[in-house]
Design a protein around this ligand. Sequence first.
Ligand code: ATR
Length: 283
Amino acid sequence: MSIDGKTRILAVIGDPIEHTLSPFIHNTLCERYGLNFVYIPLHVKPEALPQAMAGMRAMQFVGANVTIPHKSSMLACMDEVSEEAQATGAVNTVKITDGKLIGHSTDGMGFMRALARKGVSVKGKSILLYGAGGASQSLAVRLASEGVARIVLLNRTLEKAQAIKAVVDHIQPNLVQVDNIAQVDNYLSETDVFIHTTPIGMYPSMDACITVDLKKLPPHAVVCDLIYNPSETKLLEQARQLGYSTMNGWGMLYYQAVQAFEIWTGITVDTFIENPYETRSIV
Ligand code: ATR
């Protein structure tokens, strides 16, 4: 990379930010597509978010990604927000055009593109979402527009699952059924795609695993874990040993980045970058 007078800036803002993989993905993409852009991590505290966005606008950044804890508070800083970001209640991508800040949510599409790369379609399928945090909401909102037959949304705190159901009901009424995670085994025989969205099993607690009897899934089921470090969680290891197709969270992380890159640049990305945690688990 060489920085000169024409270099444009992209950034990811979060608190904390030092573990982000976004600079690695985006700077690799900028290099592959020959763009004179640089993508930097910015540590922004919650109380400084409005000033940070005003700064980006003033300095004519191309755009930014947004991570924990700013995804929902970012909505209020935008001049315009996509329908999907509105429904998801979160902005993970900002495009700056003619001084205007436009907010998008690319997490749901990222997951769909990761599944598509594996040759999996969700149309007409029964989906089980285990967990009801921000990632789960972005998936539920996207899945509701993808023609799925049913979404079973399970969470330890039922109210959070009910809040997501209320949002999805506006897109597709009665698609979502909510229950407590303790009931998970009762839904498995009718699940085509199982998606684990909680942090259980993530580095450094890699021996942890949710309690679920995966044998009850039909043989064609796909088991997904949104965790990408380690690249194979205990859950995915069990699923693989039982003969199920599996997918970790790298594809979703990579393709939400690709989707953002495409929004900023207009380029259609046709390249894939491998998970750096594929062979080892590191901080
Ligand atoms: P993200 O925004 O990345 O999806 P999050 O908002 O922190 O992450 O959501 C974490 C999800 O994992 C939530 O559904 C949380 O359940 P609660 O809503 O009951 O808090 C779930 N989760 C986290 N730790 C858990 C645990 N030990 N057992 C069960 N669920 C857990």
